[in-house]
Design a protein around this ligand. Structure first.
Ligand code: PLP
Length: 386
């Protein structure tokens, strides 16, 4: 029997998206948001442009990359690039967890690309990166949010590639180094590492991606929400503060608030550091806890954001899937009832697992305070099973 810990995390929000708000966040900080104003007004456009400019500066994106705000969160930004750019070449697509697998459905069932290589592996693993054909367009996720597996770096992507690289960076950007020059398209949402609100996505394009948009028009229709080019010409206004449809100025104010905070704490490196400290706390705990293991056994590709781990006790492994999921719900519900951790049951389509968000808005000390509670809740659940 494990004694109930007495120190609770100061913030129990460990969800992997929407993620924890930045420390010190308050709804009162959004009072100067331009609600009820036209997003086409000079004042609103200035704020929208500010999000673009400050994101680019804080991330240190290459000067010649252009950036815009998209509807539909990261999904909207990523699907816009698939619908707008694919079809010019064959496609190699990498999938090792839920979201990569979603993009496979887009490419296979929706866009029906024929010249296709799918590099598909199970949760916890990374596909063989040496097998990717860069004469094709390549779609991949920098960090797999639902399995805790990320690419180690950008070295596997050649600089002289013929195809475009389309990178879903939503749970990576602002949390880990990204080799931007190796990514022709980068997408993310505010609701991930920045702890912002959902519904809006960001799309960054390299000059090669722009060149594709200005030299090629796909055969299929492109919905308005995805349209960043018209008649083989980029719609330049949306890279300067216009938006395709109406944005929420409340969400805009919120992301500006977080970008301010990032700047104040010391920028990107500080966010990386906070996130790595959270991962370190969990690694140390797992090293000293006999019943648990990372879903990803490879330290080189282990995520510091969607930190995913699973029960390795033999009796648990022998249970059928439904019973495993039932036990996971009991443990995580116990933690939620104690108000120490919300939403840390693994992704529904992933194997039964825990997932703790470790992005920079989470206090590493809170992660540290949570871990003894997981030991306790697991112990309590086991006792009550018999
Ligand atoms: C890797 C990855 N891709 C795509 C998505 C979908 O993002 P959104 O819901 O912001 O569109 C998520 C969200 O969790 C994600 O983690």
């Amino acid at each position: 029997m494990i004694n109930k810990p007495d120190k609770k995390p100061s913030n129990p929000n460990f969800s992997s998206g929407p993620t924890a708000k930045r420390p010190g966040w308050s709804i009162l900080n959004l009072q100067s948001s331009l609600v009820s104003r036209s997003h086409r007004s000079i004042e609103c456009k200035k704020k929208l442009k500010e999000v673009i400019d400050r994101s680019k500066t804080l991330l240190e994106l290459p000067q010649d990359y252009i950036l815009c705000i998209m509807p539909g969160s990261n999904t909207g930004a990523l699907e816009s690039s698939l619908w707008s750019m694919l079809g010019a070449r064959g496609v190699d697509i990498l999938a090792w967890e839920n979201f990569g697998k979603d993009w496979v459905i887009d490419v296979v069932d929706q866009l029906k690309i024929k010249d296709l290589n799918i590099h598909d592996v199970d949760y916890g693993k990374l596909p063989n990166l040496t097998k990717v054909n860069f004469n094709n367009d390549v779609i991949f996720t920098w960090n797999g949010t639902t399995s805790g597996v990320r690419v180690p770096n950008g070295d596997w992507i050649p600089s002289n590639r013929k195809g475009l690289t389309i990178c879903d960076a939503t749970s990576a950007i602002f949390a880990m180094p990204i080799d931007y020059e190796k990514c022709d398209v980068l997408t993310w949402s505010w609701q991930k590492v920045l702890g912002g609100e959902a519904a809006h996505g960001m799309l960054a394009l390299s000059p090669r991606a722009v060149e594709r948009l200005e030299s090629y028009k796909p055969e299929w229709p492109i919905p308005k929400a995805f349209r960043v080019a018209e008649n083989k010409k980029i719609i330049s206004g949306i890279f300067e503060g216009n938006t395709i449809n109406t944005p929420s100025m409340l969400c805009v104010e919120d992301v500006l608030d977080t970008l301010n905070w990032v700047e104040k704490i010391g920028g990107l490196e500080k966010l990386f550091e906070r996130s790595n400290t959270s991962l370190k706390h969990i690694s140390n705990w797992i090293d000293n806890t006999p019943w648990i293991e990372f879903m990803n056994s490879d330290e080189n590709t282990r995520s510091n954001t969607g930190i995913t781990f699973q029960i390795k006790d033999e009796w648990f492994k022998k249970m059928d899937e439904t019973k495993k999921r039932d036990l996971m719900s009991k443990v995580t519900n116990t933690l939620a009832k104690e108000n120490v951790a919300y939403d840390i049951n693994g992704y529904p389509k992933a194997p039964p697992s825990f997932r703790i968000w470790g992005g920079g808005t989470v206090e590493p000390d809170d992660v540290s305070a949570l871990l003894p509670w997981i030991d306790w809740a697991y112990g309590e659940t086991k006792i009550n099973l018999d």
